[in-house]
Structures are given as structure tokens and as C-alpha cells.
Design a protein around this ligand. Structure first.
Ligand SMILES: Cc1cc2nc3c(=O)[nH]c(=O)nc-3n(C[C@H](O)[C@H](O)[C@H](O)COP(=O)(O)OP(=O)(O)OC[C@H]3O[C@@H](n4cnc5c(N)ncnc54)[C@H](O)[C@@H]3O)c2cc1C
Length: 376
């Protein structure tokens, strides 16, 4: 019987594996990819899509098309649980159990909903990235009739990028301009170099975004933000951007996990207990050193994951993942402006955004090139 390679999620760390799926098939392996969407969205460009800079087609990778064209099987569902002893994965929307010889997990992360006490349709998280499209539609729809209040909860990078791009969207496309407030917790971009916070703060407030610091949100109700200090603020549209946690699959499975619930992996990106399970991106906890939840690491993990999956099937030698040193981050502030941060080199403005735009477009085009050659 053919050996089976099963991929959970076609995220940033699986891009090289997905592009080379045909090589596994040529060698006689059966390959299946589980993903809840037929497309994978490049998160680095998600806020830009919200702001109207990018069309959804500019920022997504046609996972189903690429998998099926190379002879793999695409399962449109969510992995719910892994049984490492039986070597099967259970799904959320189907009773089907998928078996594997080698499993690789790149299911990303989610925004915790602890403070959200409602499933109101006017609450939009930044993960999955697709929900930013729904948010865009809703904002433009409401802003046709009146000026709305848009609340962004959290003071981190995704909060800054969402608020800045909502401002851009409305300035360019809305009939009535909204009031936009960031509820930043203690301080905007706390924990980053002081200059980054200062530049982002200045750019946003200059464009009318209010920033509330020194207090936390305790609860989100339909149409309301409750602050710890007791105030209640009305809000028409709410973006909880309170950081991310690894996919819950591993906490639901009998697998070793890290302190954040991510799949615990060794230096080969391999489960510390089950040598036939691998993982990359936001859903892992890298045992040698905890890694920031940034796409940079997922991207760097690509070639190692591809090589180790092949080696694991073929009986070859595994390669070590070296996370590398400092990385470049550029925040998209909207209005075609950004903040560029690499070690002590920090600056904001149009050039920062243009560099980010160039890098991001180049990255996604590299992987989209393959799908363009596939006939409809
Ligand atoms: C708004 C925003 C902007 C960001 N900008 C940047 C940036 O500019 N630069 C940077 O380095 N980082 C950025 N990040 C961080 C970056 O998004 C993550 O680190 C990166 O997405 C991690 O990649 P991933 O492949 O692990 O996860 P994801 O990109 O989330 O991909 C996971 C994939 O798995 C699928 N999936 C999810 N659950 C399941 C399941 N149960 N079963 C099967 N499939 C599943 C999803 O559909 C998705 O395709 C940003 C994050 C946000 C929220």
C-alpha cells in the first residue's frame, strides 16, 4: 500500500511543500491536504486588503487548485484532533478519519475570544484573514448611511495595522467618515522599541484615529465595549486584535505541547514524542527557543519542513532548523505609510510602505506563479 503524507493546513510554512507536492506523488506517496478554505491568505497583506490596497486575488494562494493539479487530494474541512497512536486525524465537519504515515501541521493561530461574550456578526477578528473582507464590506455598507464608531481592541502590531487601514478604506471609499478608536491597553506597541510606538502613534493620530491608553477592555458585548475602569463605550464594529494563540488541535490531542498550547517540536521541527509528526508556523512551540508568532519564521521553516517530510518518508537524514538572527518587520499603517524596523534602524513614511509592498508582492507572486499555469 502507498505510504500517506497528510498536511493539516496549507499555511506559510507549507508553501514550499505544496509547490513540490508532485515530487511526493512521483515517488509513489499518497498526499492529502486538509484546509477550511480553498485559498490560503498571506497575512502580511491582510490589513492592506482591508484598506483596499490589495484585491483578495493579490494576496491568496489557490491551495485546492495547486494540490489537485499535482495529483494530491484536498479535503475542505478543519482538523479537530490527532490520534498519534492510531495515526489518524479527525475532522470537524465530517465523521471521516484520515490516516497518515507522516503528518505535518501548519494550522496557524487564532485570536482568543475570552473577552468576547457574544457572537455578534459585527465583531471581526484578524484570523482567519478572510474575515477582514467581511469587515470591509460591513464598514462600507454602514458608512453609506451614517458615521459609525469602529473600535479596535489591543495595542499590538495587528491593531495598529487594522486601525490604519480602516482609516484608509473610509477616507478613500466611505460616504460618512467613522470615528476610529484603538483601545491599546497600557500603551500602544508596548514591548517594542519606544521609537516604533511613537512613530505609529503620530501617524495614526494625525489621521484622526483616537488611541485610548492606560486601561484594558474587560468585556465585549453586542455594540458595546466595557472598560476595566467601569466605562461602557458604544461601538458599531469591533475588531478584537488581542494577540494570537496556536491552533487548539494539539491541546485536544494526546500530544506534547508547549506552554502556549502549540505542538512541541525539536530542532528538526518534529514532535518531541512522535517522530512521524512535524509542524511549522504559529501552531508550533519550538523547544530549543520560543519563537515570535511572525510569518518570518514560518517562511524560514519552509525548506526544512519540505526536506524533513521527504526524508521521513524515504528514510533519509533530517535537517536542523536554524531560526536565524534578527528579522525585518514593516508595519502597514495605511495611507501608503509604514514603519520600518530592523535592529536600531527605525523610520516611518512612504518609503517604508513601498519596501513592504515590494517584498510582500514578490513573496506571494513566487507561489502564485504555479497556479497561473494551471488551466481552469
Ligand atoms: C493582521 C496581521 C498582520 C500580520 N502581518 C505580518 C507581517 O507583516 N509580517 C510577519 O512576519 N508576520 C505578520 N503577521 C503574523 C503572521 O500572520 C503569522 O505569523 C503567520 O500567518 C503564521 O503563518 P502560519 O502559516 O503558521 O499560519 P496561518 O497564516 O494562519 O495559516 C494557517 C493555515 O491553516 C489553515 N487552518 C487553520 N485551522 C485549521 C485546521 N483546524 N485544520 C486545517 N487547516 C487549518 C488556515 O486556513 C490557514 O490556511 C501578521 C498577523 C496578523 C494577524
Amino acid at each position: 500500500m502507498k505510504k500517506k503524507l497528510l498536511l493539516i493546513g496549507g499555511g506559510h510554512a507549507h508553501m514550499v511543500t505544496l509547490s513540490n507536492l508532485g515530487r511526493f506523488i512521483e515517488k509513489g506517496y499518497d498526499v492529502t491536504v486538509i484546509q477550511p478554505s480553498e485559498y490560503h491568505y498571506y497575512s502580511g497583506m491582510g490589513p492592506g486588503m482591508l484598506g483596499g490596497t490589495y484585491h483578495p486575488d493579490d494576496i491568496r494562494f489557490a491551495t485546492r487548485k495547486v494540490v489537485e493539479h499535482q495529483g494530491g487530494t484536498f479535503v475542505h474541512d478543519k482538523a479537530k484532533e490527532i490520534d498519534p497512536d492510531k495515526q489518524i486525524v479527525r475532522l470537524e465537519d465530517s465523521e471521516q478519519e484520515l490516516s497518515y504515515d507522516v503528518l505535518s501541521c501548519n494550522a496557524g493561530s487564532y485570536v482568543p475570544r475570552d473577552v468576547i461574550s457574544t457572537t455578534s456578526p459585527d465583531i471581526f477578528t484578524s484570523k482567519p484573514i478572510e474575515s477582514l473582507l467581511d469587515a470591509q464590506k460591513k464598514i462600507l455598507e454602514l458608512s453609506r448611511e451614517r458615521s459609525v464608531h469602529i473600535a479596535v481592541i489591543g495595542g499590538g502590531p495587528s491593531s495598529v495595522e487594522i486601525a490604519g487601514n480602516v482609516q484608509q478604506l473610509c477616507q478613500r471609499q466611505a460616504t460618512h467618515q467613522p470615528r476610529i478608536t484603538i483601545y491599546a491597553g497600557e500603551k500602544l506597541l508596548i514591548g517594542k522599541a519606544e521609537k516604533i510606538g511613537r512613530l505609529a502613534h503620530a501617524s495614526l493620530t494625525k489621521r484622526g484615529v483616537e488611541i485610548v491608553e492606560g486601561t484594558f477592555v474587560s468585556k465585549i458585548e453586542p455594540g458595546e465595549i466595557h472598560l476595566k475602569k467601569g466605562e461602557i463605550h458604544p461601538a458599531d464594529i469591533i475588531f478584537p486584535a488581542v494577540g494570537v494563540k496556536p491552533s487548539q488541535i494539539f491541546a485536544n490531542s494526546n500530544l506534547p505541547i508547549g506552554s502556549d498550547g502549540g505542538l512541541l517540536v525539536n530542532r528538526f521541527l518534529q514532535s518531541t514524542k512522535h517522530p512521524n509528526i512535524f509542524g511549522g508556523g504559529d501552531c508550533i512551540y519550538f523547544e530549543p527557543q520560543p519563537l515570535d508568532k511572525v510569518g518570518v519564521y514560518a517562511v524560514r521553516e519552509n525548506p526544512i519542513l519540505y526536506s524533513n517530510l521527504m526524508a521521513s518518508l524515504e528514510g533519509g537524514e533530517l535537517q536542523e532548523f536554524n531560526p536565524g538572527g534578527d528579522y525585518l518587520l514593516i508595519y502597514n499603517l495605511g495611507d501608503d505609510k509604514g514603519v520600518f524596523c530592523k535592529r536600531s534602524l527605525i523610520f516611518s513614511g512612504g518609503l517604508a510602505f513601498r519596501i513592504k509592498d515590494y517584498i510582500d508582492r514578490k513573496f506571494i507572486k513566487k507561489f502564485q506563479a504555479m497556479e497561473k499555469d494551471i488551466p481552469e
